[in-house]
Design a protein around this ligand. Structure first.
Ligand code: IDP
Ligand code: MG
Length: 152
């Protein structure tokens, strides 16, 4: 089943010059980028995106980190892309993430919520998050030349 999922390259990824490296991880798996933009969050939007975490003790430090600079938001499409992307990203805490994952290769400890990437957790969240982050016109359905080897 072809799914779309929201991925954020968080401000630490931009500050550390890891945008290309992270995008490459999705591209080289044959997953397709169907939307991409740079956004600098304000508190209202942070609270919408992280609604499930607003009341948690770590929310203030997470919010101040995610708002401290621009981030890159992308929509990734592919067969079972939601779980594939979560696996590529690795576990929430980098200290538990396996080598070979983004968090396991480029981070080693969760400080102030810095773990480089966000990825939608399930189909319901993916749908809700893509709608929050992207207007219809900002995502694009197109065929990539290599799809006959990766998708069809
Ligand atoms: P996920 O991003 O792997 O889905 P969630 O549990 O949904 O993880 O948490 C959302 C984000 O909140 C994490 O990616 C991380 O940036 C931050 N976060 C989670 N737990 C903590 C914590 O204990 N301290 C600081 N930040 C945290
Ligand atoms: Mg989450």
């Amino acid at each position: 089943m072809i799914e779309r999922t929201l991925v954020l390259l968080k401000p630490d990824a931009i500050q550390r010059g890891l945008v290309g490296e992270i995008l490459k991880r999705f591209e080289q798996r044959g997953l397709k980028i169907v939307g991409m933009k740079m956004v600098w969050l304000n508190r209202e939007f942070t609270e919408q995106h992280y609604a499930e975490h607003v009341k948690k003790p770590f929310f203030q430090e997470l919010a101040s980190f995610i708002e401290e600079g621009p981030l890159v938001a992308i929509v990734v499409e592919g067969l079972k892309s939601i779980s594939a992307v979560r696996k590529i990203v690795g576990t929430t805490r980098p200290e538990e993430a396996l080598p070979g994952t983004i968090r396991g290769d480029y981070a080693h400890y969760l400080i102030r919520g810095q773990n480089l990437v966000h990825a939608s957790a399930n189909q319901k969240d993916a749908k809700k998050e893509i709608k929050l982050w992207f207007k219809n016109k900002e995502t694009h359905s197109y065929q990539r030349d290599d799809e006959k080897h990766t998708t069809r």
